[in-house]
Ligand binder design. Structure first.
Ligand SMILES: [Zn+2]
Length: 319
């Protein structure tokens, strides 16, 4: 479903609907120093989803839907939070940021040639295919360039509602973090690749979960285990998150805790619970699950997340 669904040409780039001037059209321009770049790409979206979205004539040929617009806006908002947190503390005085639209990405057929993969490509397969496509476009920063100045986080918004192997998305080494792997001469890139399965979050949860998972998967590329440990006391990024009681029956969950804050069971918080490391006892704040019936999702980053991302960007050389 990731690569084969949908028809139609590459979407082209749309900028007019978005109000934030910090967004650009995603074309390759000479990179400036001290720019944190996040480029967001839609994967193919089935036509019925695009039509349901009420697209106009301009939009009908693209894979940017309202879902993707909301995810993009959420990521943009999250990055703005990090930079404003840092600047209030006189950190990152020079750093600029851009959240850009990339052209839609259709994964190479080779990435899904195995029968099982055609139905449900794994996270690894999706990320490999994503990387191949970006390499073909010459969109990955080469190792030889200054990793700090040029590193980009590439976020693929995948539409694969039934791909349980992909889950809600993720990152994998060696492209799991911005600026982490450049310069070692093994052909790696300082860019980070990450995927959020917005088809799944839309199908099984809600738009607030879609927003938070888009942010969540970008945040993973902006925190290292070492920094997570320094700030949160464990090497798990998820523990930087919060699940805060709003009232007796309601918990509000921040982006990095989304899909991890509920009980580890089907329908616990999000319909699909995240896998991998986390410990509610070690969360930056977790007010417990007793009597919780409602889950809310806020795009507001926890203090621990803000500090960890700021610290990580400092460790890779931003100032
Ligand atoms: Zn995660």
């Amino acid at each position: 479903m990731v690569s084969l669904g949908g028809a139609g040409a590459v979407s082209g780039l749309r900028t007019s609907r978005f109000r934030d001037d910090s967004l650009t059209d995603g074309s390759r321009t000479p990179l400036e120093d001290e720019t944190l770049r996040i480029r967001v790409y839609p994967g193919p979206v089935p036509l019925h989803v695009r039509l349901r979205d009420g697209l106009d004539a301009d939009g009908a040929g693209t894979h940017w839907t309202g879902v993707h617009e909301d995810a993009l806006e959420a990521v943009s908002d999250a990055v703005a939070q990090i930079l404003s947190y840092a600047r209030e503390r006189s950190r990152f005085e020079d750093l600029e940021w851009q959240v850009e639209r990339g052209e839609s990405v259709r994964l190479p057929l080779s990435a899904v040639s195995r029968p099982t993969e055609t139905v449900s490509p794994s996270l690894e397969t999706v990320l490999e295919g994503f990387r191949d496509r970006l390499a073909e476009r010459n969109a990955l920063a080469p190792t030889s360039r200054d990793a700090t100045a040029t590193a980009t986080c590439h976020l693929l918004l995948s539409w694969a509602p039934f791909n349980h192997r992909l889950g809600y998305g993720g990152t994998l080494s060696p492209t799991a973090r911005v600026g982490a792997d450049g310069g070692d001469g093994d052909g790696s890139t300082p860019d980070a690749l990450t995927v959020a399965n917005v088809g799944a979050t839309e199908r099984w949860d809600s738009r607030p979960v879609t927003r938070n998972m888009a942010i969540h998967e970008v945040l993973h590329t902006l925190v290292s285990s070492d920094v997570a440990e320094d700030i949160g006391g464990t090497r798990c990024d998820h523990d930087l998150g919060t699940a805060t009681r709003v009232d007796d029956a309601t918990v509000r969950v921040s982006p990095i805790a989304t899909a991890y804050a509920g009980p580890d069971e089907f329908g616990g918080g999000t319909r699909f619970h995240g896998t991998g490391c986390y410990d509610h006892e070690e969360f930056h704040r977790h007010d417990g699950l007793e009597g919780v019936a409602e889950w809310e999702y806020t795009t507001e980053l926890s203090d621990a997340t803000l500090e960890a991302t700021t610290r990580y960007l400092e460790t890779i050389g931003y100032s």
